[in-house]
Design a protein around this ligand. Structure first.
Ligand code: ATP
Length: 204
């Protein structure tokens, strides 16, 4: 009997990655494994419309993403949002990736803070139609058992990853650096070295 060809399973993991840290990597590895993904596009954001602060230069964030995740099998560091002029919209990225891989199933990977804000994203309903939303718990969010607003409307388009709550955030890392505190338990050694070599995050 002829083998039915299975749809490719493509993960998309976006973020400022300013800097990329160990919880990002744990989330990426958990998603790859639990969702049996064929590949994951790690997409550093360009001009992030939803981040209130100025991000570090894109070339630094891209270089650090390469150092943080470059050795994870099956991933590609995807610079399309950085290369794109104007605001970074996830829906544009998903549409491009869908067009590049016809018939693939898309899985959008995010932490619970982003899932909670999803209904404020540009064309969020189109995002939910195009990709399964794969959510990891975030340590600082309370009522983690509550369904997200978008999930209440489209429960069949959400799934929850089995990543334990990890007390790591880029905010914490930047603050540690400003305050002369160590970051060794929060970022990989090459990322820590890159931050030091390029004098990143020394002022707010
Ligand atoms: P910041 O503290 O500057 O807001 P961040 O640590 O949330 O940054 P981002 O680059 O904004 O890092 O996050 C990229 C993605 O990774 C988002 O979907 C975010 O929810 C998720 N993420 C970040 N940290 C964690 C964590 N500790 N556990 C689970 N998901 C996380």
């Amino acid at each position: 009997m002829p083998q039915l060809s299975k749809a490719r399973r493509i993960g998309v993991f976006g973020g400022a990655f300013d800097p990329p840290h160990l919880a990002h990597r744990a989330l990426l590895e958990t998603a790859l494994h639990e969702l049996r993904l064929d590949t994951v596009h790690v997409v550093p954001t360009g001009d992030a419309w939803h981040k209130p602060r100025q991000l570090s230069a894109a070339n630094h964030r891209l270089a650090m993403a390469q150092l943080a995740f470059g050795d994870v099998p099956k991933i590609c560091i995807d610079n399309r949002e950085i290369a794109r002029a104007g605001p970074s919209y996830t829906i544009d990225t998903l549409r491009q990736i869908a067009a590049e891989a016809p018939g693939a199933e898309l899985f959008l990977i995010m932490g619970a803070d982003q899932a909670a804000a999803l209904t404020r994203w540009h064309e969020w309903q189109a995002i939910v139609q195009l990709a399964i939303i794969c959510v990891a718990t975030r340590a600082h969010l309370s009522n983690t058992n509550d369904l997200f607003e978008a999930e209440k409307l489209f429960p069949e388009r959400f799934l929850h990853l089995g990543l334990p709550a990890l007390h790591v955030s880029a905010t914490q890392i930047r603050s540690n650096i400003v305050n002369g505190q160590p970051v060794q338990t929060l970022v990989s050694e090459p990322v820590a070295r890159y931050i030091a070599d390029h004098h990143l995050y020394l002022s707010h």
